[in-house]
Design a binder for this molecule. Structure first.
Ligand code: NDP
Length: 475
């Protein structure tokens, strides 16, 4: 069955409460209604500079062998001008536009027109039609979970091409990387702008829209909660998963193929990056039904942050290690390679086990075993917009008794392993661990703020029972 963390409203213990004060308090959970100056400044900064950051990283590999410092030195010493760098940058090409259009159209086709068949023959896999969590207005959306199938079909075709059909070179992604960047940006901006216009004129569910009154905040963080076209084309599920995450492993394979072409071999560091990130991606699709209950789908609205982020930020910056290794092929000694593999696998084990413990606990409503024992938890309650009271539970045993976000800790250990595989010559491959640390620390704070608004004093009881966020005894 589906990975339900919340029961359906019809099944859940609920209680109608129409008092004004409860209506007012419940409206606070979910994405912010008011924008403070710091959030606004951060958003303006990201809107202006995030595309430039991505360009800078990719350009520095293309023109400066992945050195982040050399372009700055060249500009400061006037050895080069901005126009020199820009003029050397590959432009948008018809070929890249064709590849990208075909890629996105193929993923839309797989998402919309091929209902999941994997769950019919893969034991333990949860696919097909599944339900998401209760939204702030009490809606439970249905989703077609067929990401694993899309990933498998895409990769089978990739290998069939590489080893049998030879329609295109497996280095095609690397060879068109900057022209494809322009295509990804066009899609990212188009989809975010469309989602904004849609939320004003034809929202899927008007009650789940949030307008702060600040256009930039709304554009970035999204207005509609779950924008859809038709019954099944869900923007968040599609853009989060398909063009970006299905591509992640293909991009890495393309980098490995490029290493083979350039140096006649694929280094063990490239294999490590492909394997560790491949496990992470496959885990995402194996657990796509669980993903419906994560913050991205459950709490974030769909705007530029998710739309552009999924099209550009994720495929370009999450794959920097593989790109770096094309320019700097690192052959690790056996001890280092094994050490990195162990770190990555322990990180993955913590990440997966922690997420699984919460999923199992919520799905069985606490009727399960965590580390062989009955789970310990805190009972809590919250309200939806219509004044309906819901009951929920917060797990305080297993990894959830060690820290409030130990799944993030595991994720960070895995992220560090990818970076370490690249050695210590350059800082560029370490961007990922810096970024993930900031992202997940910010996420802890954002999530806890939302949970406090949602659960009130029950959340305080929980934080008293589990006082640390990421590292027991430290933070
Ligand atoms: P979580 O899976 O930790 O979900 C947080 C939610 O779980 C809370 O909002 C709350 O929701 C519920 N919850 C919190 N504490 C408890 C508890 N003790 N018991 C039961 N339920 C609890 O966070 P994310 O959705 O952010 O992350 C999911 C995974 O995805 C993580 O492993 C993370 O590392 C990974 N991730 C990876 C990213 C990447 O870019 N690679 C980006 C973001 C996440 P409720 O309202 O239901 O109570």
């Amino acid at each position: 069955m589906a990975a339900h963390q919340e029961k359906k409203p019809s099944e859940e213990r609920k209680h109608k409460n129409t008092q004004n004060h409860t209506r007012t308090s419940q409206v606070q959970w979910g994405r912010a209604w008011e924008v403070d100056w710091f959030s606004l400044a951060s958003i303006l900064f990201l809107l202006m500079f995030a595309p430039l950051i991505v360009y800078y990283f990719i350009m520095s590999c293309d023109q400066y062998q992945c050195s982040l410092i050399d372009p700055v030195i060249d500009l400061l010493t006037e050895k080069k001008h901005l126009s020199d760098i820009w003029n050397k940058t590959p432009t948008l090409t018809y070929r890249a536009a064709g590849i990208y259009t075909l890629w996105v159209a193929f993923q839309v086709f797989l998402y919309v027109f091929i209902p999941d068949f994997c769950h019919k023959f893969i034991p333990g896999y949860v696919g097909g039609v599944q339900e998401g969590a209760v939204t702030p207005v009490g809606v439970v959306n249905k989703y077609e979970i067929n990401g694993l199938q899309a990933w498998i079909i895409t990769h089978v075709l990739w290998f069939a091409n590489a080893y049998y059909f030879h329609w295109f070179s497996p280095t095609i992604i690397f060879d068109n990387w900057i022209p494809l960047l322009w295509c990804a940006n066009i899609l990212g901006y188009a989809v975010s702008t469309f989602a904004t216009i849609k939320s004003y004129f034809f929202p899927t569910n008007a009650k789940d829209c949030k307008f702060t009154g600040n256009f930039f905040y709304d554009y970035m963080m999204g207005i509609e909660f779950n924008p859809r076209i038709g019954k099944w084309f869900d923007f968040k599920l599609f853009f989060n998963g398909r063009p970006g995450i299905v591509a992640w492993t293909l991009i890495n394979l393309s980098y490995a193929a490029k290493q083979q072409e350039l140096y006649g071999e694929v280094t063990n560091s490239m294999i490590l990056v492909n394997v560790l990130q491949g496990i992470y991606v496959l885990d995402f699709f194996w657990n796509e039904a669980w993903y419906l209950k994560t913050i991205d789908i459950c709490h974030d609205h769909f705007g530029w942050y998710l739309g552009w982020g999924d099209c550009v930020w994720l495929p370009y910056l999450y794959t920097l290690q593989g790109l770096y290794l094309v320019y700097h092929p690192v052959q690790l000694c056996a001890a280092n390679a094994i050490g990195i593999l162990i770190l990555g696998m322990i990180g993955y084990y913590i990440f997966r086990t922690t997420n699984h413990q919460k999923d199992l606990f919520r799905r069985t409503n606490g009727n399960c075993k965590i580390w062989g024992k009955k789970p310990e938890y805190i009972e809590c309650s919250y309200m939806s917009v219509d004044g309906t009271k819901y009951y929920s539970k917060l797990l305080t045993s297993g990894f959830w008794g060690w820290a409030r976000h130990f799944n993030y800790t595991g994720d960070l250990m895995g992220s560090l392993a990818y970076c370490l595989a690249c050695g210590f010559e350059h800082i560029l491959p370490y961007f990922y661990i810096f970024y993930m640390t900031i992202l997940l620390t910010h996420r802890c704070i954002r999530d806890e703020h939302r949970c406090f608004s949602k659960y009130g004093k029950d959340w305080k009881r929980y934080t008293a029972a589990v006082p640390y966020r990421l590292l027991p005894g430290i933070f």
